[in-house]
Structure formats: C-alpha cells, structure tokens
Design a protein around this ligand. Structure first.
Ligand SMILES: [Fe+2]
Length: 196
C-alpha cells in the first residue's frame, strides 16, 4: 500500500499578468501550496490508517475531507495552467472557440453564460467542461471545491471565484473587474490542448 506525494508546481512564470497583481498571485500561490501540503498529509495518514486496519470515525472524517483538499489542489493547477503573461485573445480557428460558437450560436453567447455563472453569489469555481460522451461544452458552478463536478467530463477552462483570488488587489464587491482581468489572461492555446 503506497501513496505518492504530490509536489507543488512552480508558477514563477505568472509574474506580470494584466490586471492581476504579482502580490495577488504570490498570496494565491501560497494558498495553493497549503492545499498540496494538506493533501499529502491527509493521504499519508489515511494510507497509514488503512495499512494498520484502523477504519474508525477519524478515518471516516478524513476520508470525507479528502476530496475537498485534493480538488483544492488540482483545481488551482488547472486555473494557473490556463493563465499566461502576454495572453492573446481567442483566435479564429481555436478548437474551443469553434466548438462553443457552433453550440451556443457565438463565442459571446458562450461567454455570457460563463460570466453570468461566475457572478452567482457564493464561492467556488466555474468550469467549462467538455463532455466526452456528447461532445458538448457545459459551463458548471462548483460549490467550494467539490460540489457539482460533472463525472467524467474534462475541465477545459477553469476559473477561481473564491474571494481570495482577487481580494489582495480588489474589494470583495469587485468580482466583475476580476472576471474581466481573468479573461484578459486566459491562454487559449492551453484550453485548445485540453479539447484534444
Ligand atoms: Fe484559489
């Protein structure tokens, strides 16, 4: 029985984003590192308990928390991975743009749905998923880190709407400005690769 520890990814390349300050990214990366460390600690404990045959109530509580921490780690990686300094607007011919234009009528119509999902009250994540079964894109609200994920669907664009994602450089009521900043920094090449 073995658990392989996760290593926090290096996002040093994210200095100099449009709008989103370096200090904001620095604080956010510290938070991300916390998820990696807690995921490792929690899983090591769970594997040790399973190895010892300790399936008691503390094992059950850790097991219930495991998805929250793991998703907190992995969703941040999707988010940071789909940001880039010097990002270009969505180009004609991008497979993601082509797919949403066909499905929603236009890229703007898809974005309008994504943005209005992102403006919903609460904290969590907005994910544009590719459903490999139907081939369609679904914009989904994820409550906190773990509620409402679409099983088996591929996250192709991931947006963090926890207030910690913008509260270093904006007021909590300025989510709309943060959403514009997010879109200015999306690396659509990464999104296109995830469609593959
Ligand atoms: Fe976050």
């Amino acid at each position: 029985m073995a658990f392989t520890k996760y290593t926090a990814k290096d996002y040093g390349r994210l200095k100099g984003l449009a709008g989103i300050t370096d200090e904001q990214i620095e604080v956010h990366l510290k938070l991300y590192n916390g998820y990696v460390n807690r995921t490792n600690a929690l899983q090591e404990k769970l594997f040790a308990m399973a190895g010892a045959g300790t399936f008691d109530s503390s094992y059950q509580e850790l097991k219930r928390r495991a998805g929250w921490e793991w998703n907190g780690m992995r969703l941040h990686e999707y988010y940071f991975d789909n940001l880039a300094v010097g990002a270009k607007p969505l180009a004609d011919g991008n497979p993601f743009g082509a797919a949403v234009a066909k499905q929603f009528g236009s890229v703007d119509a898809w974005k309008n749905d994504f943005m209005n999902t992102a403006k919903m009250p609460g904290v969590g994540w907005i994910i544009a998923y590719l459903d490999p079964v139907s081939g369609q894109i679904l914009n989904s609200w994820i409550n906190q880190h773990e509620v409402s994920h679409l099983a088996g669907a591929k996250p192709v664009l991931v947006l963090d709407v926890w207030e910690h994602a913008f509260s270093v450089y904006l007021k909590p009521t300025d989510r709309a400005k943060y959403l514009d900043d997010f879109f200015a920094n999306v690396d659509w090449n990464v999104v296109a690769q995830r469609m593959g």
